[in-house]
Write a protein that binds this ligand. Structure first.
Ligand SMILES: Cc1ncc(COP(=O)(O)O)c(C=O)c1O
Length: 486
């Protein structure tokens, strides 16, 4: 057993300091232990002895030692005094262990690189069907630039932080648009976000604790799966079919489990492109309401649907937290989204948002607010037409260039095509082959909380030109043919 290196380990106390003497002793010893100057199992001087050496009251030393015990740095046993504790389960506390080795464990999803891939603008020379970005045409850029130039005329507020809840005129404009979709919302219910990704993070961290269960759709947006994995939430997957989430499965689960929330995309679902029918919408909110489980309705694409169904938030304002964004209707570079939440939970989400960024860029909010009042509606009409044209082009090219065994989701719209390959064709093998042909996409496993999706692929039909859309699909067709010949 090592004895303390007297007198080197005796703390130095400063009687003129405003810091209490017990705390000076505690901090001095703590530093020596963490730095390894007092290694594990070192016996500390008995309290009485140390008190005499320092000329302080014994209770002062007792107090300091207790604080070290409650930090787990010192062990005390009757008869054998105080020793530096063993770091059980941790790397040895010596000066040469780098700090990052001692960090608490953390968790990421099965495909940690997926959010980065979705955000990246450059995917090599290949035709990329990966990112969910709006098409280059119709471009909002000219009108948007004019809006930004107009709001820049007021530097007093444009260059400051602004309210954490969001720019009041923008909150009002968003609320008015939601009222037009039958939601009973006013500006006070709107929290402006730095992208709806921020909203998913806010709910994951505010409504649940690590190890809590949540319900997610299967397949679902991989970015959300990654956020839930980092928050250490356990996802219970529920299948999605032509009519949206299988509400009968949700009902079964709610019989025995109490998930913290249900995360769903009822309109133009990512990745399948399906829209939940009216009957299921009603059943889902009724079930969730009965079970007292809130619904997180993620609706980035709803405004692009040909017929605008009322969101779930219109059916059950008290139990739905609604998320949306301008990333898909104007541009993701704005990093501008919003949520609406019942008053009971709004404050909690607001405080957490403040801890991330204090407020969303006021300049961006003011510019977009001006754009909403002038050019947004016309832009959305054009965007819908463009998406319809792209779906028709993609589907006719697939019908011509791919074997019939590749199944497309029927009645799908929005930015994506979700494809199911036959059992003998794995999406990852197809991706390798397609990349050799010069086209790339996302394989299905990234959209699954549990195993599965290995025969699915998602094609974003928006980030490419019409010519590339055709050429990329043909290239994937050649890759399918090459694999089937083997
Ligand atoms: C379903 C879904 N939610 C959220 C997002 C992220 O949106 P934002 O750019 O507003 O963070 C996306 C982007 O692809 C999405 O598909």
């Amino acid at each position: 057993m090592r004895e303390v290196g007297w007198p080197a380990a005796i703390p130095v106390v400063d009687r003129n300091s405003v810091v209490p003497i017990y705390q000076q002793i505690y901090e001095d010893l703590r530093e020596s232990i963490l730095a390894g100057t007092l290694p594990e199992a070192t016996r500390l001087p008995p309290e009485r002895v140390l008190a005499e050496r320092l000329g302080v009251n014994r209770s002062t030393v007792v107090h300091a030692y207790r604080a070290l015990v409650s930090d787990g740095l010192v062990e005390q046993r009757v008869g054998s005094g105080s020793r530096v504790a063993r770091a059980i389960g941790h790397p040895p506390r010596t000066a040469d262990v780098p700090w990052w080795i001692t960090l608490p464990p953390w968790q990421v999803g099965a495909f940690p690189q997926v959010l980065g891939e979705l955000a990246a603008t450059f995917h090599g020379e290949r035709i990329s069907f990966v990112p969910g970005v709006p098409p280059v045409e119709p471009s909002p850029l000219q009108e948007l630039a004019r809006s930004f130039a107009r709001v820049a005329g007021d530097p007093d507020y444009i260059l400051s932080y602004g309210d954490s809840e969001g720019h009041a005129p923008l909150r009002e404009a968003i609320a008015a648009r939601m009222r037009a979709r039958a939601c009973n919302v006013d500006a006070r219910d709107v929290l402006v976000l730095t992208g709806s990704t921020q909203g998913i993070t806010l709910v994951a961290q505010s409504l649940a604790e690590p190890e809590d269960e949540i319900i997610v759709e299967q397949p679902t947006y991989p970015g959300a799966l990654q956020i839930f994995a980092i928050a250490r939430l356990r996802a219970i997957p529920v299948a999605v079919d032509q009519g949206g989430i299988r509400v009968d499965h949700v009902e079964e689960i709610l019989r025995t489990r109490r998930p913290r929330f249900i995360y769903t995309m009822p309109s133009l679902h990512n990745p399948t492109g399906v829209t939940m029918n009216a009957d299921r919408r009603q059943r889902l909110v009724t079930l969730a309401g009965r079970a007292r489980v809130p619904i997180i309705e993620d609706d980035p694409y709803g405004a692009l649907a040909k017929t605008l169904a009322p969101p779930l938030a219109a059916l059950a304002p008290k139990s739905v937290i609604y998320l949306s964004t301008f990333s898909k209707t104007i541009a993701p570079s704005l990093r501008l989204g919003w949520l609406t939440a019942p008053r009971t939970i709004y404050e909690r989400l607001l405080l957490r948002k403040q801890s991330y960024d204090m407020a969303t860029s006021l300049y961006v909010q003011a510019g977009v607010c001006d754009y909403l009042a002038r050019d947004y509606d016309a832009h959305i009409v054009q965007l819908r037409e463009e998406l319809t044209a792209r779906h028709a082009l993609a589907r006719s090219t697939i019908a011509r260039a791919w074997p019939k065994t590749m199944r497309l989701t029927a009645n799908a719209g929005g930015f994506y095509l979700w494809i199911t390959a036959p059992r003998d064709l794995r999406a990852r093998a197809l991706l390798d082959a397609a990349e050799r042909e010069g086209a790339t996409f996302l394989f299905g496993e990234a959209f699954f909380a549990t195993s599965g999706g290995d025969h699915n692929l998602r094609l974003a039909i928006t980030p490419v030109t019409h010519e590339q859309l055709v050429s990329g699909i043909e290239r994937i067709g050649r890759a399918i043919a090459a694999l089937s010949k083997r």
